[in-house]
Design a protein around this ligand. Sequence first.
Ligand SMILES: [Zn+2]
Length: 91
Amino acid sequence: MPCENPVSIHCGNCGGKNIKADAYAEWSEETQKWELATVFDDRFCDDCGHQVQAYEYPIIEQTAEQVAEEERAAAAEAMQDENRAYFQGGV
Ligand SMILES: [Zn+2]
């Protein structure tokens, strides 16, 4: 099923996309796999390391320049987070 209005999910704290949702999985005897049953509203950011507010943004075509800029910003943000964790004595 093609998605007509694709969105990306962003962390409200750092803007990153390493967002996980709380969910239940159900065992399927048919496929022999855990299948997604229910997705809850809680969102967890892997980059921030805690629960966050997350937002959906429509995905629009980006130029190579915009993508590169986004990657630079993400790298700088990751570095800041590492420094913050270091100074707080955490990991
Ligand atoms: Zn985050």
